[in-house]
Design a protein around this ligand. Structure first.
Ligand code: PEP
Length: 252
């Protein structure tokens, strides 16, 4: 049985004071929830203070990105050991905005996933097709290429804590959600690939989140699909009410 995970990706939002308000509000609203895993991924600047607030709570902390080296002359970058030192337990790798605006290739995403795993943190590996690719019927081949490239050289045991987030690029921040059927179709395809490339232990156990304009009113229909194990939420994770309601609507 895969436990539902609802993750909030705050992207480049929230000053220090705003972040403290949001995290305190979520802690208050979600204090009783035990059957769903809850994760927030604030910007780097808010991680330490968020960690102090959610200590001993049911909310986990993640980062939105990392560098693959442990340390070095990489101005402006943040390494996985640094994220671990501020109590992050999850790190997002390969978000489509990183791929698009910062030219992250599958090879770079692969290095990041390995660095996250090697540090004992949980990678959230994002993949998804653009609108153009979907319209050209390339969705499955794009997903296969991204999955194969992102997981290159990894073995079954390396995927123990890995989470995949299927995020169709055309649904991110656009208000257009994939229908539950469209999402399920890709999720079950990803699970089939995982079985072929690794094993049924991996494909049965690994959580696959959906991301792309998830809101309180579409959460239940998405989560009810067999292969959808949670959500990666952007815009709607920025307010206490909407994120809390998404978490509550995902309860079985
Ligand atoms: C995201 O940032 O991963 C995302 C899915 O954003 P939104 O929910 O705003 O579409």
């Amino acid at each position: 049985m895969r436990k539902i995970l609802i993750a909030g990706n705050w992207k480049m939002h929230k000053t220090s004071q705003e972040a403290v308000e949001l995290i305190n509000g979520l802690k208050r609203e979600l204090a009783d929830i035990q059957t769903v895993d809850i994760l927030v991924c604030p910007p780097f600047t808010n991680l330490s203070e968020a960690a102090d607030i959610i200590i001993d709570s049911n909310i986990a902390l993640g980062a939105q990105n990392c560098h693959w080296e442990k340390e070095g002359a990489f101005t402006g970058e943040v390494s996985v050991p640094m994220l671990k030192s501020v109590r992050c337990t999850y790190v997002i790798a390969g978000h489509s905005e990183r791929r698009k605006y910062f030219a992250e290739s599958d090879e770079v995403v692969n290095k990041k996933i390995k660095a996250i795993k090697d540090a004992g943190l949980k990678p959230i590996f994002c993949l998804g097709e653009t609108l153009e690719e979907r319209e050209e019927n390339k969705t499955f081949s794009v997903i296969e290429t991204q999955l194969t490239g992102g997981l290159k050289d990894l073995k079954q045991d390396d995927l123990k804590d890995l989470i995949i987030a299927y995020e169709p690029v055309w649904a991110i921040g656009t208000g257009k959600t994939a229908t539950p059927q469209q999402a399920e179709e890709v999720h079950s395809f990803i699970r089939k690939l995982l079985k072929e490339k690794f094993s049924s232990i991996v494909s049965d156990g690994l959580r696959i989140l959906y991301g792309g304009s998830v809101k309180p009113d579409n959460t239940k229909d998405l989560i009810n699909k067999e292969d959808i194990d949670g959500a990666l939420v952007g815009g709607a994770s920025l307010k206490v009410d909407s994120f809390s309601q998404i978490v509550k609507n995902s309860l079985g």
